[in-house]
Design a binder for this molecule. Structure first.
Ligand code: ZN
Length: 198
């Protein structure tokens, strides 16, 4: 016997497809939507559609933005000669939240993983090398301390050092296999300050 009618079930199914949403949460969210004023639901749906339509990668660092260049890259007060390489946008957000880093970023959108069949060409590495045609003093590799993150760090180091750019790696105060985004700000700052040259 079906508990709910068609549309409620469809809504629950959609929510359940989202990351971190189990069937109970999906049900709770779906019922919440049903109880919302219709114009709020329309506004919510509209924002989702427009965000999906207008948001793309920054031409420079590959974070998400709805401009051609993201606000970090467009900020002239930041040190554009210091590039921190992160695996994903959530890691960028974690460092940005500390408010203590004033360089710019480069988002790889993944890490090299021979096991998962992710090679150097599957992440934004060529794009990073291209950025080094401009004057850059330091590339800080802030990939995770997982096997994939370390593999990626070594690969980048070998790729960039011959160009003559200083390459550093954040300190491994970061728990092994830990996602950067889950780590508190103090640990992140310590990892950044304790970075060593590769
Ligand atoms: Zn950018």
């Amino acid at each position: 016997m079906e508990l709910y009618s068609g549309y409620i079930n469809k809504l629950i199914e959609q929510f359940a497809k989202l990351p971190g949403i189990g069937s109970k949460s999906a049900q709770r969210l779906a019922l919440h939507i049903i109880n919302m004023p219709p114009d709020h639901v329309e506004h919510f749906a509209h924002i989702m559609v427009e965000a999906r339509k207008n948001v793309h990668y920054c031409k420079n660092c590959f974070t998400l933005t709805d401009k051609e260049i993201c606000p970090i890259c467009a900020n002239l007060k930041r040190d554009h000669k210091m590039i921190m390489v992160v695996e994903n946008i959530r890691d960028l957000a974690a460092y940005e939240k500390t408010g203590k880093y004033d360089g710019v970023y480069h988002v790889l959108h993944g890490a090299i993983s021979p096991m998962l069949g992710v090679g150097p060409n599957d992440i934004k590495l060529k794009e990073l090398v291209k950025r080094l045609e401009e004057e850059v003093d330091e590339v800080i590799i802030a990939t995770n301390s997982s096997l994939e993150g370390e593999t990626t760090a070594m690969y980048i180091s070998k790729l960039i050092k011959p160009i003559g750019v200083k390459v550093t790696r954040i300190a491994s105060g970061v728990p092994v296999g830990g996602d950067l985004e889950c780590i508190d700000e103090i640990t992140l700052l310590r990892a950044l300050e304790g970075r060593t040259e590769l």
